[in-house]
Design a protein around this ligand. Structure first.
Ligand code: FAD
Ligand code: NAI
Length: 466
């Protein structure tokens, strides 16, 4: 039996960041993780492998199509899918090993196995060979993450009907991939396989893609992806699937009900959301229950049970790695008696397609619903010099600012590489900047980031470049 200040269950971005911060603050800490490698969904089967494939497939498409030819580079690329997957797996492995290194550096003990709470201050870990170890802790942090939401009638077998993990490791390019759900996973992984040669049909229940995004930004992304050849069936739902050795027959109906049609695919990706993962966690031993959505509620990261905390995908808020990471630091700092806060309005969102959609703060729809008076400054990348010389002029930067005070309330960017630029506005908004503050700030020329400054200038109608 070993005793710690903090025991963390789960080694994803929530769990590993919490463990590292606890080690940095001098707490004795163990992190329980049942996977073979640390890093959770994000490093193993989420953010990292998906971005590795997005990057590689983007270059493949650029080399295959008009983009390279236009620059005077004439090549005929050949797809080596095995190598593309291998380099993805190598990046994943290197990054998970990096977490092991950080654990050693900050004296975090990795307890390998699946943990369950066995009463206040007690966690029992069962390792791969079934051996149990009891850990005692002053504080326990639950960071067990999430899993794909299943779709009744469309059973995931990861042979023909895939979840995101299956879609990240296919051994061949699908002929026809049907994606169920035009959310983040559907658009990102649909893009990967379309770029590599698949015909892709996305079936979405709602009448728009990228739900939750600023509507204008989402529509722009929708148009771009359609132009690239992704086929969308909006306001539609899949009601059943029949799988054979070679493919899947899907029954698809209008969302409001009506005549069904059959769509044939060789692979199907189910990406209709994720749900908190708490199976076998022993919550009942400390009197904890899940809410109606299967979520473990928190108040300032505390659960209703004394000494048990919760962070990341398994609790409320957006299911994002950087949200889990933010909560990890603040939660551990609170355990250590320090102060910490997160402004959930300022957690950025990115869809890593091409063009990307990156945003922070409120959408126009949210501001309208709140009855908040706001001004809009918008600047198209087609008027930005760097975008023009790169022949990448799709999209825009949009800044929403309070009509009276000029405080920036929301920023929505659509375009290549905007994921790398949204951080500027996260910082500005953390400091309650006005659009004028950004408009008066020098930006390097020639860069795409100048479009952000021009959008801020456009809030008062005075962009200097359009
Ligand atoms: P997780 O990363 O899910 O980690 C939880 C860990 O706990 C897992 O390793 C699990 O094995 C372990 N665990 C669970 N129960 C137990 C137990 N009882 N005992 C021991 N261990 C246990 N987010 C972004 O911000 N950007 C992206 O680009 C992005 N891309 C994504 C792409 C895909 C395909 C997917 C699926 C997700 C993506 N996400 C992305 C979301 C991101 O992966 C999650 O928000 C993030 O991983 C949540 O971190 P977490 O620590 O809460 O949970
Ligand atoms: P999602 O919530 O982003 O999108 C799911 C979509 O499926 C929605 O548009 C919904 O209307 C639709 N849908 C639901 N039921 C349906 C049905 N029966 N038929 C047709 N459509 C249906 O969920 P997704 O894409 O699975 O991703 C899960 C989460 O993972 C994301 O919400 C995000 O938190 C995280 N993620 C983040 C990424 C990023 O930050 N770039 C990348 C990938 C995942």
């Amino acid at each position: 039996m070993s005793s710690y200040d903090v025991v963390i269950i789960g080694g994803g971005p929530g769990g590993y960041n919490a463990a590292i911060r606890a080690g940095q603050l001098g707490l004795s800490v163990a992190c329980v993780e049942g996977r073979e490698t640390l890093g959770g969904t994000c490093l193993n089967v989420g953010c990292i492998p998906s971005k590795a494939l997005l990057h590689a497939s983007e270059l493949y498409e650029a080399a295959s199509g008009e983009a390279f030819a236009k620059l005077g580079i004439e090549v005929t690329p050949t797809l080596n899918l095995d190598q593309m997957m291998k380099q993805k797996n190598e990046s994943v492995m290197a990054l998970t090993k990096g977490i092991e290194f950080l654990f050693r550096k900050y004296k975090v003990e990795w307890i390998k196995g699946w943990g369950r709470i066995a009463g206040p201050g007690t966690v029992i870990v069962t390792d791969a060979s079934g051996v149990e170890t009891e850990l005692l802790a002053k504080d326990i942090i639950i960071a067990t993450g999430s899993e794909p939401t299943p779709l009744p009638g469309v059973e995931i077998d990861n042979k023909r009907i895939l979840d995101s993990t299956g879609a990240l490791s296919l051994a061949q390019v699908p002929k026809h991939l049907v994606v169920i759900g035009a959310g983040v996973i559907g658009l990102e992984l649909g893009s990967v396989w379309r770029r590599l040669g698949a015909q892709v049909t996305v079936v979405e229940f709602l009448d728009h893609v990228a739900h939750g995004s600023d509507l204008e930004a989402g529509k722009t992304l929708h148009r771009s992806l359609s132009r690239q050849g992704m086929n969308f069936k909006l306001s539609s739902k899949v009601t059943s699937a029949i799988t054979s050795e070679t493919g899947v027959s899907l029954s698809v109906e209008p969302a409001a009900g009506g005549q069904a049609e059959v769509i044939e695919a060789d692979y199907v990706l189910v990406s209709i959301g994720r749900r908190p993962f708490t199976r076998g966690l022993g919550l009942e031993t400390v009197g904890l229950a899940l809410d109606k959505r299967g979520m473990l509620e928190n108040k300032d990261y505390r659960t209703a049970a004394e000494g048990i905390w919760v962070i990341g995908d398994v609790t409320s808020g957006p299911m994002l790695a950087h949200k889990a990471e933010d909560e990890a630091s603040v939660c551990v700092e609170r355990i250590a008696g320090k102060a910490g806060e997160i402004d959930y309005n300022l957690i950025p969102n990115v869809i890593y397609t091409r063009p990307e959609l990156a945003s922070v703060g409120k959408t126009e729809e949210q501001l309208k619903a709140e009855g908040r008076a706001y001004k809009v400054g918008k600047f198209p990348f087609s008027a930005n010099s760097r975008a023009k010389v790169n022949h990448e002029t799709e999209g825009f930067a949009k800044v929403l600012a309070d009509e009276r005070t000029d405080e920036i309330l929301g920023v929505h960017l659509v375009g290549p590489s905007v994921s790398e630029m949204i951080g500027e506005f996260c910082v500005a908004m953390e400091f309650a900047a006005s659009s004028e503050d950004v408009a008066l700030t020098s930006h390097p020329h020639p860069t795409r980031s100048e479009a952000l400054r021009q959008a801020a200038m456009s809030v008062i109608g005075l962009p200097t470049q359009s």
